[in-house]
Design a protein around this ligand. Structure first.
Ligand code: NDP
Length: 322
């Protein structure tokens, strides 16, 4: 059964497990497979679907737009992001007021919807004054094109500065941050952002729960054909497959097997144990993966103190890599 959590201090409820479109929608998966995957996720209670203007050069939004056609818009939480280049030339990227407005208009057209629920500044833009960014994002909220705005991979001091500027100019403050969080990469949530999240009750929508698939154990004995690490353009995933990482994943596999979970379920449940995470954004290239990952919700109760300690021991064996 799906559980829903408040997005930080907002009144919005997001499914604690959500589905993202990166690499899969409009790219690794054809249109029909993407639509089938999103519908299967929706049928099992996922209400939050994550996207960005640059995923598959806009195709991910276009395909998601088709997938949500016919579903009740009120039941869906759709997100997008902007920052990375989507158009040639100096103004086709970044967080200038011009690019923010150009980008949201293109996103709404592709998604075929009147508004996005969550809109993220995909990275910090040192080339645009923070006040310009805050004002433009706040205006989008006032205009009803965006329900809540937030940041992705901004540092705690950048988020804190944005909140201070918004308060100064009486603008809408950012409500959420989107950062990476998984067993192999814990810093953002557990260290860097911890104070800001507590102080401002920011919502956290965390990504790459399986470290691009590594934590599912699928790479323990090589690279399966068709997996993410097998794509030439994803060579950096392959580069992460060090003996140290694989040893760690194998040891985690022993823990998961003992409590009757798959490694992927353990990895996602381990994230869900933290109440400040509003939603874990998962990715899936097959419905079977989605089905397996969704079981993580019920698995959280299996994470006793003893199990958590065992996991901690495995992860602590390699503190240098965090
Ligand atoms: P994961 O780390 O969970 O990796 C997902 C991939 O792992 C799948 O596409 C699949 O790849 C494989 N996989 C998933 N489940 C299983 C399973 N049970 N068994 C075996 N393999 C499995 O998440 P992502 O890195 O895809 O990130 C999720 C979402 O987060 C993205 O879609 C995006 O929306 C968001 N994101 C945001 C970023 C940001 O900067 N804000 C950055 C990155 C992601 P395959 O089958 O091809 O091997």
């Amino acid at each position: 059964m799906m559980h829903y959590r408040r997005l930080g201090r907002t009144g919005l409820k997001v499914s604690e497990i959500s589905l993202g479109a990166w690499i899969t929608f409009g790219s690794q998966l054809d249109e029909q497979a993407s639509i089938t995957l999103l519908r299967a996720a929706y049928d099992q209670g996922i209400n939050f679907f994550d996207n960005a203007d640059m995923y598959a050069d806009g195709m991910a939004e276009q395909v998601m737009g088709k997938a949500i056609t016919g579903l009740p818009r009120q039941a869906l939480v759709i997100s997008s992001k902007l920052f990375f280049p989507t158009f040639p030339g100096p103004n086709g990227k970044g967080l200038s007021r011009k690019h923010i407005f150009d980008s949201i208009h293109a996103t709404l057209r592709r998604l075929n919807t009147d508004y996005v629920d969550l809109y993220f500044c995909h990275r910090y833009d040192p080339d645009t004054p923070l006040e310009e960014v805050v004002r433009a994002m706040s205006d989008l909220v006032s205009q009803g094109k965006v329900m809540y705005w937030g940041t992705s991979r901004w540092s705690a001091s950048q988020v804190t500065a944005a909140i201070a500027v918004a308060r100064q100019i009486n603008a809408v403050t950012p409500a959420m941050e989107q950062c990476r969080y998984n067993m192999l990469d814990r810093r953002s949530v557990e260290v860097d952002l911890a104070f800001a999240v507590k102080e401002f009750s920011l919502g956290l929508t965390t990504f790459s729960p399986l470290a691009y698939g590594l934590l599912s154990g699928k790479y323990n004995n090589g690279i399966p054909a068709g997996s993410r690490a097998s794509f030439p353009e994803m060579a950096w995933v392959k580069d992460r497959l060090s003996d140290t990482e694989i040893a760690r994943v194998r040891a985690l596999g022993e823990v998961s097997a003992e409590i009757g979970l798959t490694p992927a379920q353990l990895a996602i449940a381990w994230i869900l144990r933290r109440k400040e995470v509003s939603s874990v954004i998962t990715g899936a290239s097959r419905i079977e993966q989605l089905d397996e990952n969704l079981q993580a919700s019920e698995a959280v109760k299996l994470l006793t103190d003893e199990v958590l300690e065992r996991i901690e021991k495995v992860l602590d064996n390699h503190p240098d890599e965090d």
